[in-house]
Design a protein around this ligand. Structure first.
Ligand SMILES: NC(=O)c1ccc[n+]([C@@H]2O[C@H](COP(=O)([O-])OP(=O)(O)OC[C@H]3O[C@@H](n4cnc5c(N)ncnc54)[C@H](O)[C@@H]3O)[C@@H](O)[C@H]2O)c1
Length: 452
């Protein structure tokens, strides 16, 4: 624990060519080593515990409060805090609305919300209204009304919201973003992305262990099976768009000089979860009779104001290795994650792919160069360190985060819009302009720095 804490300090000093500015570790203005950023965690399930680990590894954060309705999760969190040598935080676990009492605390500057999807928007709204710098897990919203709520409450309260989209900080994604910013691909034209992850054993389990065998969900399931599966049962929509579309939206400056204009979506039949239940629960298991509404493969095409298209895939109910399926294509060439290949006209052999490895190393992002070694242990290959790092540093300065309320709304809007489009055989649906025209003049966030 301590070795990782000291690492942040040491890496800031050791990084080749880096300035020794104290804010590399501790931010500007207030001295957060003495007067730490006081964080409350709402939801300490699997994801919230990962965030807890990452904030405990920092010496500029104090966990002052935790909230979860599951006493087993509270126990695990308290143990981790104790092992880290930190003071016991205030605990809120009385009922589903006890998080509001956490939000009343003066000793909470910022909150990290990692609860089931249906709680996200209401908790984020309450947190912003309480003036707490708000970090919200993905996806941010379930309906169009909730998307607008996030924007409206952010504007009314003046409180910042950061969507905690960790894939934006993946090493290859940030290297490709670096290539985009340095114009290696030329003018951008087309993207592919999505969430292609076999979640059958996440959506269904034995109610005792997450990722365990079993075909239960809802009240009989545990962790994500307790809540996520219900969305597959009742909604035919891309319910988890941000891991794919987040990185792409950043590359093509969505809400900052560009915007999503329309989307058309189609869904296949849904057989994957049914087959899995039959195979692992037997023909007679009551869940065999269920008809899951969600198609197994949902494909959406988004058009942007600047004339790009983005194909987004949601593919979570069939056997397959994990891939977010990225493709970034411009006037000069393209990167494809599947196949790990790159082609840049005039540099690559004509009509021959390069392995992407050398390209990605050459354009390694300054953040990864500086913090990479430390980040690797933080979860999801390191990106979880960076997303929390950006959140903490933005909250310390109370400045607009890299991924804000407008991004949360536009990216999450894919869920309700894809649902209506699928219902209407792929009929295009128009995105609202959550920035109310300001996308025309908003400047892109500066992603190309080595601080956060
Ligand atoms: N970014 C990523 O890579 C990533 C990975 C996993 C999960 N997630 C997201 O994180 C969120 C949580 O997922 P998870 O895997 O931790 O699920 P989980 O079921 O393990 O944890 C959710 C926790 O929220 C608690 N909870 C539910 N209602 C509550 C309430 N009203 N007040 C307080 N606590 C409440 C539950 O008891 C549970 O402990 C989801 O939105 C999910 O999409 C993101």
């Amino acid at each position: 624990m301590n070795s990782r804490r000291t690492f942040i300090k040491k890496s800031a000093i050791a990084g080749a060519g880096l300035s020794l500015a104290p804010n590399l570790t501790f931010g500007m203005g207030r001295d957060f080593t003495k007067d730490k950023l006081k964080v409350g965690l709402i939801g300490v399930g699997l994801r919230g515990t990962n965030h807890l680990n990452n904030v405990l590894n920092r010496d500029d954060v104090l966990v002052t409060a935790i909230c979860d309705i599951d006493p087993r999760r509270i126990e695990i969190a308290l143990q981790k805090i104790d092992e880290a040598g930190e003071k016991k935080p205030k605990v809120f676990s009385a009922n589903e609305l006890d998080y509001k009492n956490l939000l009343d605390l003066k000793e909470v500057d910022a909150v990290i919300i990692s609860t089931p999807w249906l709680w996200h928007t209401r908790m984020a709204k309450d947190a912003m209204r309480a003036g707490k710098y708000t970090g919200l897990e993905v996806s941010a919203a379930n309906t169009m009304e909730e998307c607008w709520d996030l924007v409206n409450v952010h504007e009314e309260s003046g409180t910042h919201l950061m969507l905690l989209e960790n894939v934006n900080y993946r090493r290859d994604i940030l290297a490709v973003l670096n290539m985009v910013k340095q114009d290696v691909f030329g003018e951008l034209v087309h993207f592919r992305c999505g969430y292609q992850h076999d979640l059958r054993f996440v959506k269904l389990n034995d109610g005792k262990t997450a990722y365990g065998l079993g075909v239960e969900f809802g009240e009989k399931g545990i962790s994500e099976a307790a809540w996520r599966t219900q969305h597959s049962l009742l909604r035919n929509a891309d319910v988890y768009p941000t891991h794919g579309v987040g990185p792409v939206a950043t590359m093509c400056d969505i809400n900052r000089g560009n915007r999503f204009v329309s989307i058309s979506s189609n869904a296949t039949k849904g057989i994957g979860l049914h087959n899995y239940i039959k195979k692992h629960g037997g023909e007679d298991h009551p869940n065999v009779k269920l008809k899951f509404k969600q198609g197994d493969v949902i494909t959406s095409t988004i058009e942007t104001a600047n004339g790009e298209t983005i194909i987004v895939t949601h593919d979570c109910n069939l056997p397959r290795p994990y891939s977010l399926g990225f493709r970034v294509q411009g006037a000069n060439g393209l990167w494809e994650k599947d196949g790990d290949r790159m082609y840049i006209e005039g540099v690559s052999q004509p009509h021959r792919w390069d392995a992407s490895k050398e390209w990605l190393e050459k354009y390694d992002h300054p953040l990864w160069k500086k913090y990479g070694e430390h980040a690797l242990g933080a979860g999801h290959g390191g990106m979880d360190f960076f997303v929390i790092h950006a959140f903490v540093e933005s909250a310390k300065e109370n400045i607009a985060p890299p991924i804000d309320a407008y991004d949360a709304a536009a990216w999450s809007a894919i869920t309700p819009l894809s649902e209506v489009s699928i219902e209407n055989n792929g009929k295009p649906q128009m995105f609202p302009d959550f920035t109310r025209g300001n996308w025309i003049k908003r400047k892109p966030y500066n992603w190309m720095k080595d601080t956060f």
